[in-house]
Every structure is written in C-alpha cells, then in structure tokens.
Design a protein around this ligand. Sequence first.
Ligand code: NCD
Length: 304
Amino acid sequence: MKHLIDIKDLSTEEIDGLIEVAKDIIANKEKYSKKCEGKKLATLFYEPSTRTRLSFESAMMELGGNVLGFSSANSSSAAKGESVADTVRVIGGYADIIAMRHPKEGAPLVAAMKSEVPIINAGDGGHNHPTQTLTDLLTIQCEKHRLSDLTIGVCGDLKFGRTVHSLITAMSRYTNIKFVLISPNELKIPDYIKKDVLEKNNIEYIETQDIEEYMSDLDILYMTRVQKERFFNEDDYIRLKDYYILNKEKLEKAKEDLCIMHPLPRVNEISTDVDDDKRACYFKQAKYGKYIRMALILKLLEIN
Ligand code: NCD
C-alpha cells in the first residue's frame, strides 16, 4: 500500500503520470464520474483549510465517491486527547483513503505507519505540502507547457512556507531549473533545503531581499503568505507581514509570459490590481488542484 507523505515518495515518472491523468480528466470529465463509486474519502483536518479540504472532497465527489471527516481539531476526539495513531486506526474502518492536515510536522507520517488505508499528507506544520506541489506542477505544465528550463522566483515566507519546501524539492528533479529566493533575512529558506535539495542536485540559486532585482529573468513568480500561525511573536509577524506587495508597477520589467502563482489564501502580498493581468494564474491554479487530487486518489486506490 502506498501513501503520499512527502513529494519524494513519488518518482518523476509517477508525477508525470499523475499530470497526464489530470489532463485527461480535464478533457474527459464524464469518463471518470463513476470511478470511485462505493469508495469513501475521510478528510481529517486538525488545522484550518479552504481549498485543500474542499478540493479533496470535491475531487472524490466528481469521481462518484463519498466523503466524511472533520475540519478542526476541536470538533474531533483530538480535543479529548486521542492520538493521531488511534484516530487513523479507527477511521480506516470507515473510509478507503484519508487526507490529513496537522499542525505538527511528521504527524501524517506517524499516521501512515499505523494506517490500514492510504494516507495523504494535506500539509504538516511548516514542513511539507505534497498535494499543493502536484497542483503547482500541473499548473506549470498547463500554463508553460514544460517543467524544465525555468527560472522560478519564490517570494515571501520561505522559512515556514511548506508549499515552498515541497515545490523546490519537486522542481529540483527537472533540467535547467534556477531559483531566485526572495525573502526578508528572518524568513530565508531553511538550511536543510539548501544543502539536501539545492546544493545536492547542483541547482543554481540566488538569495535576495529585493522582489524587483531579478524580475525580468523570471518565468514563474511564486508568491506566498507570511505564515502567521507559525510565529512565536506577534510583533515579528506584524513587522514582516507586508514586506512584499506585488502590484502592477513592480511587474513593469517582467516577461510577457510570466506565470504568477500563489497557493492561496492571499492576505496582502498580491495587490488586487494584478488579478486581471493575464499573467495572474493563482485562481486557475486552485482549480487545477481538484483535478490533480482526482488523479492522486485514483492512483492510491489503484483504480485505472
Ligand atoms: C497553503 C498551506 O496551507 O500551506 N495553502 C493551501 O493549502 N493552498 C498556503 C498557506 O496557507 O499560506
């Protein structure tokens, strides 16, 4: 049985296969509408979510399956002190597959060790978010028609932003990828990503605090929110939260075919005047999330 805890759990061939299935789902929705009849997905969300949870649920429904679950730790037995390991053992008797989001890094891995059904990590603390990365890869493939030969700017909270950690890990497998890592000093990418991912794979990267400095080189600009919930100190959050605000003016030197992405939710980091720019891809990106999750559910349930 296979789980998805880290994007590294999938080979490049498997990722490319999921992207192909997702594209086929987009083109032939009807063909997939009964594939999961009689199957149930449980969404165990111990941390807030809109897109991830609802896109998982909508994905399962569009495959003809059913969904159950909870959307906050307070409304589950976690509030009574039940461990994640016990919860998944029980839910495995009610559902065929589980998507779990948890504030503690590693919680979905612990769950996978005890679970009798596949576990999907839907975000664990400031660590990983592999299904957001699959969403991002499908978006890049559909919008840029390639996953290689790209200069990718990643901007904002690179320290706590789990989507960034998974995205850099995934993109490092493709050829001729360069990163421009744009963040305030306090929110720089963790050393383990630099050493174990970027340097190990000989990926070129530059760190800067200036969002405009390399704007004209970028094929993709991936904006992120400052992760308020991971800060220990409210004053630090307030000081850093509006460090970057992308607006039309800052895009003046950007390429005509730049793809602006954001995992959402957006707070202030992209001004709404960018939303009608043809380079703004973030709302499309959220839509792609449903299709890649449909492909993933089929794969983990071994349904063709
Ligand atoms: C991201 C997350 O939860 O890490 N959101 C999402 O899943 N689309 C990004 C964020 O919350 O900033």
